[in-house]
Design a protein around this ligand. Structure first.
Ligand code: NAI
Length: 471
């Protein structure tokens, strides 16, 4: 395959920005430009204050961006100049957002690939030489064909395009680690001579730092579906253990013990068997919905219902968690205060998209409780925006919602505390102090991943663990 000297990313979000940074860091011989239409975001990537809070990312970004390697020119650039970047690049990686469609056919289910299609159109119109166009965004299965048609029908005379699929599997919170040492990289191509060659060319870039056997090439549509399938299976595991946690709470079995028992089976394995308030994040829900939509389009209603059940269990886990705490207060939360520790959808990230905490807080506010929230990374403005609409509708809500600067502050005067995100800092909170500043009945509620009931009970707390009956 041809050697590559210039790569352009379009979309400097979580995925595009982080991936571009690692690529530029690992491939000093390649010039990497990341284009975003959002000038503020582009600027943030050029600063010390990156738009994405990931451990180690700033160090990775700085080397290629600021030219920190001796005798090495800068090879990571952030810009809003889309046309010029497209023209220079041999490979263009599209990593724009693909949210769930809000209106029209497929609304609420289908991934909206219109932003991606606009970008592809822009590539077709700007390119003056042959390009490899890579779908990195998560897309509906079959999008590769649409992309190819747009490129073909709008290309300048003589300009040829190859379309590849290269879905991203990084997990927020461990993005840098995942990008440096991925379990696998998928590259999907059309099964033509030029398609295989394009896949090889792109694979050679990854092979700079990833063992060749972890770079898997396959047909374009398998690759597109594999991304949805991976997220559906990961979410399914979470919903499965949470569905079992409901049975545990009702029968006296303990989900931690059950998880250990089933996870010891080498066919099942121990990962992702931690009962929780449910999954959040920008991807699982929307990707499963996209899969459900595909099944419905194929008239596979029973298959659609099978995947959709994962989402239903996830919703139930949140609502029944609120109900469990409320029942502890004789179903009356007026005058009661609940502290929520953690607002991001998981630990080590500041991302709140689809975070369980949003629904949990809304649930308690709806019941009439006061809520105080603390998260180590999420700004007050973000929390208010995420809760926004309902706050406005409900008069006097502002008095019942406080955003705090520490876990201890949030717990002061609270009747109950719910650990919504399993941050290490909550595990090592000064729980003795918290016991003193909280108000009876001092209920602590959360996952066994973060809370040790024996220790907490000895301090005078009433402890409620997900998946464990309280006698
Ligand atoms: P994001 O919303 O953080 O970033 C998307 C970026 O694209 C934004 O900065 C936006 O300004 C930019 N953009 C939109 N339209 C544009 C245009 N016309 N020209 C230039 N830039 C444009 O999204 P994120 O989280 O990075 O996700 C991107 C894709 O990757 C999605 O399809 C998502 O499903 C997928 N993905 C996300 C993962 C995650 O953990 N966040 C993991 C794996 C895949």
């Amino acid at each position: 395959p041809k050697s590559v000297s210039y790569i352009c990313f379009i979309g400097a979000g979580y995925v595009g920005g982080s991936t571009a940074a690692v690529l530029a860091n690992q491939c000093p011989h390649i010039q990497v430009t990341v284009v975003d239409k959002n000038a503020e975001r582009t600027k943030a990537w050029q600063s010390e204050n990156l738009p994405v809070a990931e451990t180690g990312l700033l160090d990775i970004v700085k080397v290629p961006r600021d030219g920190l390697r001796p005798s090495q020119r800068k090879n990571l650039h952030f810009t809003t100049e889309v046309e010029e970047s497209i023209q220079q690049a041999e490979i263009i990686i599209v990593s724009v957002n693909t949210p769930t469609k809000a209106v029209g056919t497929g609304s609420g289910y289908l991934l909206d690939s219109s932003v991606l299609e606009d970008v592809v159109m822009c590539i077709a119109r700007s390119a003056r030489s042959n390009k490899i166009v890579v779908e990195k965004s998560t897309v509906p299965v079959g999008t590769g064909e649409t992309v190819r048609d747009i490129l073909r029908n709008n290309a300048h005379t003589g300009v040829k395009f190859e379309v590849l699929s290269n879905p991203e599997f990084l997990a927020e919170g461990t993005a840098v680690q995942n990008l440096l040492q991925p379990d696998r990289v998928l590259i999907g191509c059309l099964e033509t001579k030029s398609g295989f060659l394009a896949a090889e060319t792109f694979a050679s870039v990854y092979a700079t730092w990833i063992p060749r056997e972890r770079i898997i090439t396959m047909n374009l549509f398998s690759s597109e579906l594999s991304k949805l399938a991976a997220n559906a299976l990961l979410a399914q595991r979470i919903s499965s253990i949470n569905a079992l946690s409901i049975i545990c709470e009702a029968t006296g079995a303990d989900i931690q013990q059950v998880a250990k028992a089933v996870g010891s089976d080498s066919r099942i394995g121990p990962h992702m068997l931690r009962a929780s308030f449910g999954f959040g994040g920008s991807c699982f829900k929307k990707d499963i919905r996209s899969l459900v939509y595909l099944c419905k389009c194929l008239h596979l209603d029973d298959v659609a219902a099978y995947w959709e059940a994962i989402l239903n269990i996830n919703e139930k886990q949140k609502s029944r968690s609120v109900a469990r705490i409320v029942s502890r207060f004789n179903n009356n939360m007026n005058g009661k205060k609940i502290a929520i520790l953690g607002f991001a959808f998981k630990e080590n990230t500041g991302d709140t998209r689809e975070s369980c905490a949003i629904d949990l807080v809304k649930g308690f506010l709806h019941e009439g409780a006061s809520v105080s929230i603390y998260d180590p990374l999420v700004q007050e403005s973000q929390i208010r925006e995420d809760l926004g609409i309902d706050c406005a509708a409900d008069g006097g809500l502002d008095n019942r919602l406080t955003i705090c600067q520490s876990g201890e502050e949030a717990c002061t005067g609270a009747h109950g505390v719910l650990v919504a995100t399993n941050w290490d800092t909550f595990r090592s909170l000064d729980w003795d102090h918290v016991a003193r500043v909280m108000t009876y009945p001092r209920i602590v509620f959360g996952s066994s991943a973060c809370l040790d009931p024996n220790v907490l009970e000895s301090m005078g707390f009433t402890v409620e663990i997900i998946g464990k009956k309280v006698w």
